[in-house]
Design a protein around this ligand. Structure first.
Ligand SMILES: Nc1ncnc2c1ncn2[C@@H]1O[C@H](COP(=O)(O)OP(=O)(O)O)[C@@H](O)[C@H]1O
Ligand SMILES: [Mg+2]
Length: 508
């Protein structure tokens, strides 16, 4: 323990001592960029706008809701308040699909559509920042506050699309422009968000019967003469779009529409007796639909999805798996005196059981394809990223026992550790890992000093000094809080702590 403390302390001291040198280095780099910018535009530095989630290939029109969205966002005549539409409803109801489809159909009415993901505050701020930085090289230093101000005072005719504003803790007010020159579309599971514009609220609930049956048939690629069996199925699934999509994918594979309801009921009984405490937000029958398709999947695909359940639900990069497999899933050794722990081995071999000891693109794509075929993940059009629905993540997490859950979180950590290496040149690949690293609980991430140092380097490469500081500070306080704090105060003293914080912030 004392050793750990000394090492952490050593790093903190290092930071403080090196602060002036580091600041100078940054300025030298900055100068280089500036003179380079004067000569010719740095084309590889271009920030692109964040792309929206794709509309499903099997998209089913929901005319009733779509008309409501149009009424809220494109009202007739002059407006007193900024037009807003808040699509609210449970996960998997089809909010994102509705919003994205509506935008696709009405894009021409706006000068610009800005997409931001509000599934965490950090992500929201990063995406807003990106929305202004993508406007041109002169905006590369702008912040999310500038982005909001820009929409309020400069830009006109825009639509701001805020997806996944689900967390009850998230206060959207600082992020919402108020000018009437633009419009805002929000999707959320949190009905309290209605308060941002009570007149703009639109509930996305159960599909209508015909919509649900059409969706089932479209995904399953069947066209039965009678709808009776299909109606029973979709009703059993609570008319939830996501659950029906799952059922459709299952039926497409098994080719047995008639047998489905029986299998579903049997599994639901099994599920209900096993798990009486499923989150009240979700219908247990939806879980049962997931259960059916999940257990059909090959073993390695199930494990792949379990790993995905502990990452951020969107933009999971293929490169994470590729880089990590290529490094043998090993933790990067920052200090020779502090090698990765023995315990890594266990999780490395578990990962190798899934992905192999050497990178095998073909085998990996097979895993991805089987997950995508069963509609558990969506693959981006360029094949480089995967999305998994948060409700599926929750289902997968809930279906694991405590021990397995611990194992998969730890494997997800090891997967990230394997992909984290000091940045050579561009740090773009590291940016793709950031939202996923953020999802690993800090208590797991900081269990071991070698891991802490690896993540410290990772945040350092991203220029995220605050994360470095918080990680080191957290690790100091963990375990035997009292003893450590005592030692800390004794050795360093409050004043130095304070100065250290100030120095770190000034580097940024
Ligand atoms: N109108 C629709 N047509 C076809 N599929 C849909 C539709 N709405 C939802 N889905 C399916 O259900 C899944 C979950 O929908 P999504 O819009 O992501 O839910 P939410 O945003 O409400 O959590 C989608 O990935 C898609 O497969
Ligand atoms: Mg959504």
């Amino acid at each position: 323990d004392k050793n750990n403390y000394q090492t952490v302390l050593h790093y903190l001291r290092d930071y403080v001592d090196n602060a002036p040198v580091e600041v100078k280095k940054k300025w030298v780099k900055e100068e280089k960029y500036r003179s380079a910018a004067n000569e010719e535009p740095a084309s590889d530095e271009t920030v692109l706008p964040k792309s929206r989630p794709p509309v499903s290939r099997n998209y089913i029109e929901r005319n009733h809701v779509q008309i409501l969205v149009t009424q809220k966002l494109l009202p007739d005549g002059p407006v007193k308040h900024q037009p807003r539409c808040i699509l609210h409803g449970i996960g998997g109801a089809g909010k994102t699909q509705l919003a994205t489809n509506w935008i696709q159909e009405n894009e021409a009415r706006f000068t610009r559509v800005i997409f931001v993901d509000a599934s965490s505050q950090g992500q929201l701020e990063m995406d807003l920042e990106r929305s202004i930085r993508c406007l041109g090289p002169e905006y590369t230093k702008k912040t999310w506050e500038d982005a909001v101000a820009y929409l309020d005072h400069k830009d006109q005719g825009w639509l701001l699309y805020i997806d996944n504003a689900d967390s009850p803790e998230l206060d959207l007010r600082p992020y919402l422009p108020t000018s009437t020159h633009g419009k805002v579309l929000i999707t959320t599971r949190n009905a309290e968000c209605i308060n941002y514009a009570p007149s703009g609220a639109v509930l996305v609930g159960a599909l209508e019967k015909s919509e649900a049956v059409n969706l089932l048939h479209a995904v399953a690629q069947v066209a039965p003469v009678s709808d009776t069996e299909s109606l029973d199925i979709v009703e059993e699934l609570g008319m939830l779009a996501l659950a029906i999509t799952q059922a459709g994918a299952y039926i497409r594979q098994t080719r047995r529409l008639s047998a489905y309801l029986g299998t579903l009921r049997k599994n639901r009984n099994r599920l209900l007796s096993r798990k009486p405490d499923i989150g009240s937000d979700y219908t247990s029958s939806a879980y049962a639909a997931f259960d059916l398709s999940f257990h059909q999947l090959p073993n390695s695909t199930q494990k792949f999805l379990r790993l995905c359940a502990f990452l951020h639900h969107s933009l999971i990069p293929l490169s994470l798996f590729e880089l990590s497999t290529m490094s043998g899933f090993t933790t990067y050794t920052v200090r020779i005196s502090c090698p990765p722990p023995e315990s890594d081995r266990n999780f490395i071999s578990k990962l190798q059981e899934i992905f192999g000891e050497t990178w095998d693109e073909v085998a990996f794509q097979e895993i991805v394809n089987s997950a995508a075929q069963a509609s558990f993940i969506n693959v981006s059009t360029d094949g480089a990223f995967y999305n998994i629905h948060p409700l599926l993540q929750m289902y997968i997490q809930d279906s694991l026992g405590a021990a397995d859950k611990g194992d998969f979180v730890r494997m997800a950590l090891q997967l990230l550790l394997g992909a984290i290496r000091p940045a050579e040149g561009s740090n773009a690949p590291l940016w793709h890992l950031l939202p996923h690293a953020t999802r690993i609980p800090r208590s797991v991430l900081s269990e071991n000093l070698a891991h802490i140092l690896a993540f410290n380097g990772f945040y350092d490469d991203l220029g995220n000094w605050r994360a470095c500081w918080e990680l080191l500070e957290y690790s100091l306080e963990r375990d035997s809080r009292k003893a450590r704090r005592k030692a800390w105060q004794h050795n360093v003293g409050h004043e130095q702590t304070r100065r250290g914080t100030v120095a770190l912030r000034s580097i940024k």
